[in-house]
Design a protein around this ligand. Structure first.
Ligand code: NAG
Ligand code: NAG
Length: 253
């Protein structure tokens, strides 16, 4: 509207301005024309009717990105995944623990072997009366002879275990007197006599303790014309000896 008014006003204005330079435009025009001119120009200031609807505009630019949506529901029926790989081997544990408690006492063991102390003992009797004098009397009826330290063939006891020994004799004297000697290592250590005549019967006895070393020998002798030792069915004459205690075994005894 405004463009068309200007387009009409300017040519007419220029035309009159060119004709009458020194006069204002509205003054140049005669009075009726002047009114028309003003009215005509006033027409352009009145609002016109609404025009027809314009054409559809061009396609717009894409809109901004929308806001992030809310979290969805959890799924209940998912399938189980595959088994994972085996983990790395763990570090070793702590250091060595404290020692355990002491165990209970064990059962008592079997007794050990105890060395047996040596034994030596003998006892022997006469089988014939009146032994020969000044030689060892051979008590040839052996009743006991541990270790066989007594020899009935010689009538001598031979020491094989050093220690203290008991020697004794119990003899029957009959028909003639008797003189008995206990000989140890060729030394007469004990002597005894019994004077008796006729058919009388007597008993003589003796006992002593001797300390012997290995190899020491002990026996009995009768003197010449004093050999009244008797032996018969009712009478015995006995020579006895035994180890009382050995040397070196004091700990055991
Ligand atoms: C899990 O459930 C949904 C809805 O209930 C269903 O659409 C889908 O097929 C199911 N999937 C399986 C593996 O069952
Ligand atoms: C007496 O015994 C000892 C020791 O066994 C031995 O060395 C010695 O020869 C024996 N003596 C006799 C006369 O048998």
């Amino acid at each position: 509207v405004w463009g068309s008014e200007i387009a009409l006003t300017f040519p007419s204005a220029l035309g009159f301005a060119t004709a009458w330079k020194d006069q204002p435009l509205w003054m140049v025009l005669p009075s009726p024309e002047r009114s028309i001119f003003i009215g005509f120009n006033l027409l352009f200031f009145l609002p016109g009717e609404a025009g027809a609807k314009g054409n559809k505009g061009n396609y717009g630019f894409p809109g901004l990105k929308g806001q992030k949506g809310a979290k969805g529901d959890t799924c209940d029926n998912g399938t189980k995944g595959d088994k994972g790989d085996r983990g790395d081997r763990g570090e070793p544990g702590g250091g060595r623990g404290a020692p355990g408690r002491k165990g209970s006492r064990g059962a008592k063991g079997a007794p050990g072997d105890i060395p047996k102390p040596p034994r030596s003992a003998f006892s022997a009797g006469l089988s014939k009366p009146f032994p020969p004098p000044n030689v060892p009397i051979r008590f040839d009826r052996v009743w006991y002879n541990e270790r066989r330290d007594y020899d009935p063939a010689t009538g001598k006891f031979n020491c094989t275990v050093p220690g203290a020994y008991v020697f004794s004799y119990h003899v029957t004297v009959r028909g003639r007197p008797a003189r008995l000697s206990l000989v140890a290592s060729s030394r007469r250590v004990a002597k005894a006599r019994d004077t008796l005549y006729g058919q009388d019967i007597d008993q003589a006895s003796f006992l002593t303790i001797l300390k012997l070393r290995v190899g020491d020998q002990v026996w009995l002798e009768v003197g010449k014309d004093w050999n009244g030792l008797y032996a018969g069915a009712e009478d015995d004459s006995v020579f006895t000896g035994f180890l009382l205690y050995p040397d070196g075994f004091e700990v055991l005894l």
